[in-house]
Design a protein around this ligand. Structure first.
Ligand code: FE2
Length: 282
């Protein structure tokens, strides 16, 4: 449960850091399970299509492998994972950008982590009347090739009417400026939504700019946190992260929640099979 000081900080800043939220043992258990999933994943052969995720290249978020991943467990490589010869440059585990987007419903270890005690109360405290777990991602930010994530608001990608989306970002390892910690813009959740990323009527996706003004680059602050910390942030909170050129990975797990009393847009990229409706924490 958030106390009144935490609640007012969250409402003022658009984000809140909760240190020591998850035990190191629970962080490690999630990473052990992640390693098992990666070990069982067969990477594409040298001449096969590769599914890469980069926030710098939109065409990679418009392919079917990505657009159909809302109710699956799928693997996306780093932009720099493959050398000119088409082979992985680092081992497979250190080549993945992320796994997404429904481990919280499909994998028992992720399910248990995602529905651990306390999260329901936090989500309700942050303003969600009926919290529903929409999306999960294991974000690797691997050593040396972990890609930059450009400034964005999650409500650009996951929209409800009225807009009520909550991000939960679990540090599974220490996140520092060196290994690409999160950066955010305190108070920026009140700036309004700058763009919308939607499924296009003719197939694929499109980005619609609502406010083309530049981000106030110099006002973003680093959110360096220790392993086990939880950062919660509003769907309108501007954030991003630098590339990881260090020798240390920066593994994080994220959940995105929507409010069941708000309308989930049919134009959102993330859609689920009707046989797999969204569930809450229980
Ligand atoms: Fe984000």
């Amino acid at each position: 449960m958030l106390n009144s000081q935490q609640l007012s900080d969250y409402q003022r800043d658009g984000f809140l850091v909760l240190e020591n939220f998850t035990s190191h043992a629970d962080c490690d258990a999630l990473l052990t399970r992640t390693a098992e999933l990666v070990a069982a994943f067969e990477p594409p052969q040298k001449n096969e299509q590769k599914s890469i995720f980069s926030t710098l290249e939109q065409e990679q978020t418009s392919d079917d492998y990505f657009l159909e991943s809302g109710d699956k467990v799928r693997f996306f490589f780093e932009q720099d994972a493959f050398g000119d010869d088409g082979a992985l440059r680092q081992d497979k585990f250190d080549s993945i950008n992320k796994i997404g987007h429904a481990m919280h419903d499909l994998d028992p270890v992720f399910d248990a982590f995602s529905r651990q005690a306390g999260l329901d109360e936090i989500a309700r405290g942050a303003g969600l009347t009926e919290p529903l777990l929409l999306q999960s991602m294991l974000i690797f930010k691997p050593p040396r090739i972990g890609g930059e994530v450009v400034w964005h608001q999650d409500a650009t990608f996951l929209h409800t009417e009225p807009s009520r989306v909550l991000g939960m970002w679990f540090a599974l390892e220490d996140a520092t400026r060196e290994n690409g910690c999160l950066w955010g813009l305190p108070g920026g959740h009140r700036m309004g939504l700058k763009s919308r990323f939607l499924r296009a009527p003719g197939g694929g996706v499109e980005t619609i700019t609502e406010d083309g003004s530049p981000w106030p680059e110099n006002d973003f602050v680093p959110l360096e946190v220790a392993k086990g910390s939880l950062i919660i942030f509003d769907g309108m909170f501007p954030h991003g992260s630098a590339a990881n050129r260090s020798a240390q990975s920066r593994h994080a797990y994220t959940l995105h929640l929507v409010d069941g009393i708000c309308r989930y847009l049919p134009e959102n990229w993330l859609q689920r099979d009707h046989k797999m409706p969204l569930k809450g924490f229980n």
